[in-house]
Design a protein around this ligand. Structure first.
Ligand code: FPP
Ligand code: MG
Ligand code: MG
Length: 326
């Protein structure tokens, strides 16, 4: 039997609205070219949408910022469509949720090509299903669709913020790909890369939702802080899970970062306990036995624990941002 919905689960609070957002995304990425339509909707189909963390976060934040407290009826999970039409402001915040998710999926399509990944969200990656060329073009198509939706909002600052998200994704990816060996050891380098690859999207989309909500500068900046800290916490946890979770649980290969030569927070903290890790990090775990050796040192160090503390620090900062009296 299905588990009853937990009314304190934040994802449950916005599930109905998120399903509507997902449906709109699917309608928005259709193309008259069948192969392109199939490729573009590959990770947007029902059942392949992933956790939809970003759109859920944005709608929950939009509700939290709303000057009108939700009525008790609003908090009950109601499968029927709402009778009252969605107010215009909320609709525009939903658009940001859609644009953010589409940009995110586009970056995943390109990422799986770059990383040569075979699985994503528990299924074949698009590059494996249709080949690299079509997967890249499907990503480009999604970016193009997101750009059109973004321009339609006619809000210059939001267009700039969401365009900067793309800039940060690309520069973060290139930073990861081309960093000098001595930079790979540096925690500030890791944090900068993490900001660009993950936190900038959450920060700028949260800021955009606040702008569209018509909030004060102070609230807009707090929304940006919230998204940035949540994004940092989210990515550090993702980096921990790369060590502690199974491939089945992740829906993508485990120990993927080490195998890709990438040192994340658990490894960088472990290197403070075991200086012998440094040369392995700098040569990107390329020598025979490096991955096993690095894994052993991480497991015997305080690396995972300290990474958890870092994630917790950012999670608390995010909570502080939305609890600040304004
Ligand atoms: C996942 O990282 C990938 C990203 C967060 C962004 C990747 C960005 C690009 C490929 C640049 C192109 C960007 C656009 C906007 C098309 P990961 O490989 O560390 O994580 P994974 O385990 O989920 O693959
Ligand atoms: Mg990847
Ligand atoms: Mg990658």
């Amino acid at each position: 039997a299905a588990m009853p919905a937990d009314p304190t689960d934040p994802f449950v609070l916005v599930r109905g609205e998120i399903d509507a957002v997902s449906e709109r995304i699917r309608r928005d990425v259709v193309s008259e070219i069948p192969a392109l339509a199939r490729a573009a909707e590959y990770f947007l189909r029902v059942g392949a949408e992933g956790k939809r963390v970003r759109p859920s976060m944005l709608l929950l934040l939009s509700s939290a910022l709303s000057p009108v407290p939700p009525s008790p009826e609003d908090l009950i999970v109601d499968p029927r469509p709402p009778s009252a039409p969605t107010p215009e402001v909320r609709r525009r915040q939903q658009r940001i949720a859609e644009i953010t998710e589409v940009m995110h999926v586009a970056s995943l399509l390109h990422d799986d090509v770059i990383d040569g990944s075979a699985t994503r969200r528990g299924q074949k990656s698009l590059n494996v299903a249709v080949g690299n060329k079509l997967a890249i073009l499907a990503g480009d198509f999604l970016l193009a669709r997101a750009s059109v939706s973004l321009a339609a909002l006619r809000e210059a600052e939001v267009i700039m913020l969401m365009s900067q998200v793309l800039e940060h994704l690309v520069s973060g990816e290139i930073m990861q790909m081309t960093s000098a060996p001595e930079d790979l050891m540096r925690m500030d380098h890791y944090k900068m890369k993490t900001y660009r690859k993950t936190a900038a999207m959450m920060s700028n989309s949260a800021k955009s939702a606040a702008i569209l909500g018509g909030h004060s500068r102070e609230v807009i900046n707090l929304a940006s802080d919230f998204g940035r800290h949540l994004g940092m916490a989210f990515q550090v946890v993702d980096d921990i899970l790369d060590f502690t979770a199974s491939s089945d649980m992740l829906g993508k290969p485990a120990l993927n970062d080490l195998k890709s030569g990438i040192a994340t927070a658990p490894v960088l903290f472990a290197a403070e306990d075991f200086p012998a890790l440094a040369p392995l990090i700098c040569r990107k775990f390329q020598d025979v036995g490096d991955i096993e050796e690095a894994l052993r040192m991480v497991e015997n160090s305080s690396g995972i624990q300290r990474a958890r503390e870092l994630a917790k620090h950012h999670a608390c900062q995010a909570a502080d941002a939305v609890s600040a009296p304004v």
